[in-house]
Ligand binder design. Structure first.
Ligand code: FE2
Length: 263
């Protein structure tokens, strides 16, 4: 992967996203959301790569993965009008389909093609399969961290915006009621990741996003998360019950433990 290869992919991406300009205003907001998300994930990836000491060719590869990881989101939204994979299709699989249909990796060394495809395929799994080859595994972990850093930003930004300007698909349609599902609270309190299928209310989804702190792979990501204070900001929007605050405190405390990624 050279700087010219990455520039070619960036140009392709701009044209590809331009192909969705015919959607209605609500559709356009959701498309723009994913376009901007992609660019910010590339930026997050640059920061993590720098923090982890990747060399320039490793960094270019990581940036290409960041640029391509969500390309399936665009056809997903056009076809199903949702970003909910359970109501449409696995968006990582759709991203691979786009990458192959558009022959985006033609001309790259075969091992790099494989790395990019593996990292894209695994970026949204609840947990990484342990059998992934080691170098692909490193890039899969990088994209998962970079993606999470920006999803926190997207979610917090959503609530800062006036309701009529919000990209409707961000909250995945969870009802914004003053409720919390006990199973979600228990999972967070136990220091585990909440599964999307356990979430029923918007508060559950917020807890789920806080639980991602238990699935970070790199100390640089944890440092960026501490600096940006996303978890504290999310926590401030949750109900003030003792149980909720205890579970959240445990998550916050784990972020302070240096080197607790265990990898
Ligand atoms: Fe993403």
């Amino acid at each position: 992967m050279t700087a010219a290869d990455l520039a070619r992919l960036e140009q392709w991406f701009a044209v590809f996203v331009g192909g969705f300009a015919d959607l209605d205003p609500e559709g356009l907001r959701n498309i723009r959301l994913k376009e901007e998300h992609t660019h910010r994930v590339v930026t997050c990836m640059r920061e993590i790569a720098a923090g982890e000491g990747l060399d320039s060719s490793q960094t270019l590869l990581a940036l290409a993965i960041a640029l391509l990881h969500d390309v399936g989101r665009f056809p997903q939204y056009r076809r199903w009008r949702t970003f909910r994979d359970s109501e449409s299709d696995n968006h990582a699989r759709l991203s691979l389909e786009v990458i192959r249909d558009e022959q985006l990796l033609a001309g790259l060394p075969e091992d790099e093609q494989l790395l990019i495809e593996e990292a894209v395929r695994f970026h949204n799994l609840l947990e990484l399969p342990s059998a992934v080859a080691s170098s692909a595994d490193r890039y899969s972990r990088l994209i998962r961290d970079a993606d999470k850093l920006d999803i926190w930003w997207v979610f917090l930004d959503y609530y800062r915006q006036p309701e009529q300007e919000r990209a409707s698909a961000v909250g995945l349609g969870f009802p914004d009621l003053p409720e919390v599902t006990p199973a979600c609270l228990d999972a967070l309190a136990a220091g585990t990741i909440i599964r999307l299928d356990q979430a029923r209310f918007l508060n559950d989804f917020k807890l789920l996003q806080i639980s991602w702190v238990y699935d970070l792979n790199f100390e640089s990501t944890r440092r960026l998360l501490r600096e940006r204070g996303y978890l504290e900001q999310l926590a401030a929007t949750l109900p003030d019950s003792q149980q909720v605050q205890d579970a959240v405190q445990r998550a916050l405390a784990s972020l302070e433990e240096i080197g607790s990624t265990g990898r």
